[in-house]
Design a protein around this ligand. Structure first.
Ligand code: PAZ
Length: 350
């Protein structure tokens, strides 16, 4: 796993342990202000990040798909559109990547929330980590293809009785959302892909102003190795290595200020220490000018979250009397109501 320790006041050292290898990833920065201590403005840090990132090979196709999706859901319907981000980003250590720093997120929150947003009448852009949880597939086993099907003879297969309902539901609901033009799925692996795609989505969503929502549940890397500083080939084991990690610029500020200033923006704050959770969520709310921050603690995240807004902290809990109920059910109802009020307050729509 990744552990952070503070070698001396005002600086910190991020270090990564890889089984059977000894890797030391070191970054020195001012603990309070991060890269801002280098004197670079946020815009300059963001430019440096995007300039150094390997360009997306399919950015034209993504933009075309986004424009088509947004257009289709805009006129004459004026449907609300949410971008749900889901799963953890990786920070590669080598250009021909063998090893990377990862985030724990399973994508359960994003996949489940997508289902409830669709139920609430939204069109959803699902920006997800490859091989993470997918909407409508939560009740399927780990390897659905091999575990849900069985051969009837050498030429034919059928769905196993035990999974027939779950498979039927997953296939029908997924197909109707995608084919009906209500669900657009965009996969990423790395922090470079994630942030470039988030920017493309945000710039495309500008045209629908306050009808756009960002629901940022992905666990995004805090540190990365700039592409130009990265070794090309696999890092050889057996030595102690120093790899310089740089803090990822705070793109939430860019999203709010530059990319989609009229969109309704919800970010998430995860902590393991519940004593600091609400404080950290409140700080993020103010610093990044979010409309709400969903605060969750690692071990109870599927049971309870707290929606922190400037005016109040709202505890949202899973209904334990219903075994299949998810905390995302009341959470998305609440956020959808708040979004509707925000649209109302924002005046006439484009
Ligand atoms: O993906 P998952 O269901 O396993 O976990 C969800 C979560 C904890 C990653 C999400 O609710 C969250 O808090 N995302 C932001 C994490 C952060 O503070 O960067």
């Amino acid at each position: 796993g990744t552990r952070i320790r503070f070698p001396r006041f005002g600086e910190h050292l991020a270090s990564l342990s890889v089984p059977n290898h000894s890797l030391c990833l070191e970054t020195r920065m001012n603990a309070d202000s991060g890269l801002e201590a280098s004197g670079k403005t946020l815009e300059a840090q963001v430019k440096a990040f995007f300039d150094s990132a390997p360009p997306l090979h399919n950015s034209n196709e993504i933009t075309q798909n986004l424009n088509h999706f947004i257009q289709r859901n805009s006129s004459p319907l004026g449907r609300r559109i949410v971008c749900v981000t889901s799963g953890g980003t990786t920070a590669p250590l080598e250009q021909r990547c063998v090893r990377y720093v990862d985030n724990f997120s399973s994508g359960h929150r994003g996949a489940t929330s997508t289902e409830y947003f669709l139920k609430a009448g939204y069109a959803v852009i699902f920006l997800y980590r490859r091989r993470s949880f997918q909407p409508f597939c939560r009740s399927l086993p780990d390897d659905p293809l091999l575990e849900c099907f069985e051969p009837t003879n050498e030429l034919n297969i059928q769905v196993c009785e035990a999974y027939s309902e779950a498979v039927q539901r997953a296939v029908v609901e997924h197909h109707s959302a995608v084919a009906g033009g209500l669900l657009l799925k965009l996969p990423f692996n790395t922090i470079f892909e994630y942030l470039q795609m988030l920017q493309l989505i945000a710039l495309s969503m500008r045209s629908i102003s306050s009808r756009a929502m960002f629901y940022l549940a992905a666990a995004v890397s805090d540190y990365y190795v700039p592409w130009k500083d990265m070794v090309e080939h696999k890092i050889q084991s057996g030595h102690l290595l120093d790899v310089k990690l740089v803090q990822v610029p705070k793109m939430l500020s860019m999203l709010r200020r530059e990319w989609a200033p009229l969109a309704f923006c919800i970010s998430f704050k995860l902590e393991t220490d519940s004593n600091i959770l609400l404080y950290k969520a409140g700080t993020a709310l103010e610093k990044y000018k979010m409309h709400a921050v969903v605060a969750n603690e690692l071990s109870s995240r599927k049971e309870q979250v707290v929606v922190v807004t400037g005016a109040e902290n709202i505890i949202v809990q899973r209904d334990k009397n219903q075994p299949d109920n998810d905390v995302e059910d009341p959470l998305i109802k609440l956020l959808s109501e708040k979004h509707a009020a925000y649209i109302q307050d924002s005046g006439p729509q484009v």
